[in-house]
Design a protein around this ligand. Structure first.
Ligand SMILES: NC(=O)c1ccc[n+]([C@@H]2O[C@H](COP(=O)([O-])OP(=O)(O)OC[C@H]3O[C@@H](n4cnc5c(N)ncnc54)[C@H](O)[C@@H]3O)[C@@H](O)[C@H]2O)c1
Length: 380
């Protein structure tokens, strides 16, 4: 059987037909299609960065839930903004980010290259536009400080595209870990996309794969720490590199904490996984033992209690993450403080990888408090 047909069949069995269709449309960029038949709605959502994720995931879930509320889109590649605009029925395809802001969207989604996220978010916050930034929210500490300052000075809301905490499997294990106040052992094995060394994700200016990919599991770890209501003060970091030339890939990162937590993240990308990224998570906290197989299956043991669940379509939490700006339920909105902590940890590890360091240590809450105090002093 032809490989492409095989892929369509396999993806349909994992993600369902409509999402698979949209993923294909995103790659092939065909349209205009759907918008012709849609009733007119209030147009208040704009997007910057019209690549594959904007097409196949962000706009897909927004449209599915709220119909066509798409106002403006902008990308440095006009073919990308034009094709996204045609397919989803955006009112305007803009020539610049400034033009996009001039339309006064209520919500801005940022899905461009990683280095541009913070700058776009800061501009939007200054204009009191609610912002949803795809991960990462910053790629260096200078950007992060400026972003934190902008958040302090704006009345607008901010959300991050770290979706794993919104995966149904993670939500389902939440009650078992909640308020446990016991050490965590976690192992993440990630078979990631094969990304060539000259791809923009790998660029040091873009924060490498640490900001591009590893940030997801650092963020999920902080979420687990927060769930069990017990945040470590100090995190020690050990990194093993399989290659000094490609330090941000085929890498193992171990975190140990002053609360006796131990966490390992192994990212491996020796070949392209046919079904896309695949993750296995094993976790233990007190009497709870958990296995999550690619967000498709969950097994949980608590003493003699056994819980087994399956998730179809595969649920990595994209829908709930993307719909955060519209939900009124506080449980469906991420605590932004967790994102700040995980970003600080990610930026620290990114620097370690850029400098090929093997050992490091960070007191994340203390560092974050210091930065915020300095920003406050500067404002007074
Ligand atoms: N949460 C997730 O699971 C997940 C998965 C995939 C991608 N993403 C995120 O989505 C974002 C986009 O990734 P992608 O896979 O769509 O990549 P992509 O390369 O397909 O798209 C990036 C788009 O941004 C545009 N762009 C580049 N620089 C720009 C700039 N300065 N201003 C405006 N547009 C610019 C490019 O032309 C391109 O169209 C990234 O932040 C990525 O990390 C998240």
């Amino acid at each position: 059987m032809n490989e492409n047909i095989k892929k369509v069949i396999r993806f349909t069995s994992i993600y369902g037909p409509s999402r698979t269709f949209t993923k294909i449309a995103g790659r092939m960029r065909f349209g205009p299609l759907l918008n012709r038949f849609q009733p007119k709605k209030q147009k208040d959502i704009s997007i910057v960065g019209c690549g594959q994720f904007a097409f196949s995931t962000i706009c897909y879930f927004l449209k599915k839930e709220y119909g066509n509320r798409f106002l403006s889109c902008y990308d440095i590649d006009i073919k990308h903004s034009q094709s996204l605009g045609d397919f989803y029925g955006f009112d305007h395809v803009e020539n610049s980010f400034t033009d996009l802001l001039k339309r006064n969207p209520k919500y801005l989604y940022i899905a461009s290259n990683h280095h541009s996220h913070a700058e776009y978010a800061i501009e939007a916050l200054k204009n009191n536009i609610d912002v949803y930034i795809e991960k990462p929210v910053s790629v260096n500490i200078g950007q992060f400080r400026k972003l934190l300052a902008a958040i302090q000075q704006s009345d607008a809301a901010i959300y991050a595209g770290y979706n794993r905490p919104f995966a149904k499997a993670i939500i389902d294990i939440g009650p078992y870990i909640k308020n446990k106040r016991a050490p965590l052992s976690i192992n993440y094995f990630i078979s990631g996309h094969k990304i060539e060394s000259d791809h923009w994700y790998r660029d040091s200016r873009e924060g490498t794969r640490i900001c591009g990919n590893v940030g997801h599991w650092l963020d999920l770890t902080i979420h687990f720490f927060a769930l069990r209501d017990y945040m470590p003060e100090r995190i020690d970091i050990d990194i093993a590199y399989s290659s000094q030339e490609e330090a941000d890939d085929n890498i193992a990162i171990t975190l140990t904490t002053d609360l006796n937590d131990i966490v390992t993240i192994m990212l491996t990308s020796r070949s392209e996984p046919f079904e896309g990224i695949n993750e296995t998570i094993n976790l233990q906290c007190d009497d709870v033992i958990v296995k999550i197989d690619d967000f498709r299956r969950l097994t949980l043991w608590q003493g003699s209690n056994l819980v087994k669940k399956r998730y179809w379509p595969k649920d990595v939490g994209h829908k709930r993450a993307i719909l955060q700006p519209f939900t009124t339920s506080i449980q469906n909105k991420r605590d932004w403080n967790e994102v700040e902590l995980s970003t600080l940890l990610m930026l620290y590890i990114t620097d370690m990888v850029l400098n090929r360091e093997n050992r490091g240590s960070i007191e994340i809450q203390k560092e974050l408090d210091n930065i915020k105090q300095q920003l406050k002093n500067n404002m007074e």
